[in-house]
Design a binder for this molecule. Structure first.
Ligand SMILES: [Zn+2]
Ligand SMILES: [Zn+2]
Length: 223
């Protein structure tokens, strides 16, 4: 399967690779497209988007590789999410991820619903115990719901798939890479999706949703 992965981290937050090295390693892995989404609150938004975008532009120019800079709004106050998502887009982010209510972190309750209700959000990451209201909102607002390859966060994948399927919320796969070994391979991507309970048809849809994220980014940012 083609590898689309819009949730990864670099030294701009808590990843171990610089943006341009992450890009290089994704190309070597055979990625079709990459997004870098470093952890942000409000203070770092403009700096992080600017620095990541500069390396994306470099890779696009010299390697002809589609890579885009987003952000992952992480542990921010729930009620600030619409404002921060709009500020990120205004600062040049190609897309916005929200760090959802992972079963393994004390994310503020209500974060999942706030993210799914915000049209400026593109991906609700690792939502954990996804509920019906959130899945309905995600479907209505075009917010992709993440199936994650990340250990710990992935304890919610089964529930995420079940509830998303019930309400037509659209799923996307991410690695949430922090180190080079976290990047996806076609085999591992397929295994994560099968393990989360998806059928072959649903896996093909996840791949199509990755393509759609790429088209969204291209429409928003030109280098
Ligand atoms: Zn996260
Ligand atoms: Zn992350």
């Amino acid at each position: 399967m083609a590898l689309y992965d819009f949730h990864t981290h670099t030294t701009l937050s808590d990843g171990v690779l610089s943006p341009v090295e992450l890009i290089r390693r994704a190309i070597v892995r055979g990625y079709t497209a990459l997004g870098m989404s470093d952890h942000c609150g409000r203070g770092g938004l403009t700096r992080i988007i600017g620095e990541a975008t500069a390396d994306c532009a470099l890779a696009a120019e010299y390697w002809d590789f589609p890579v885009f800079a987003g952000v992952e709004l992480t542990h921010v106050p729930t009620r600030s999410i619409p404002r921060l998502a709009a500020e990120a887009k205004a600062a040049g982010a190609a897309y916005v991820v929200v760090h959802g209510e992972s079963p393994v972190e004390p994310v503020e309750p209500g974060t999942n619903l706030a993210a799914a209700s915000c049209p400026d959000v593109d991906i609700l990451a690792h939502p954990g115990l996804l509920d019906d209201e959130t899945a309905l909102a995600a479907a209505a607002n075009g917010v992709f719901v993440e199936v994650t390859a990340r250990p710990g966060h992935n304890t919610g994948n089964g529930r995420v798939v079940t509830v998303a399927r019930r309400h037509g919320a659209r799923l996307i796969l991410s690695s949430d890479s922090h180190a080079p070994g976290d990047l996806l391979t076609p085999d591992f991507a397929h295994t994560v999706l099968l393990g989360a309970g998806l059928s072959d048809d649903e896996i093909a849809q996840v791949e199509a949703h990755g393509r759609e994220m790429l088209e969204r980014c291209k429409a928003r940012v030109q280098y």
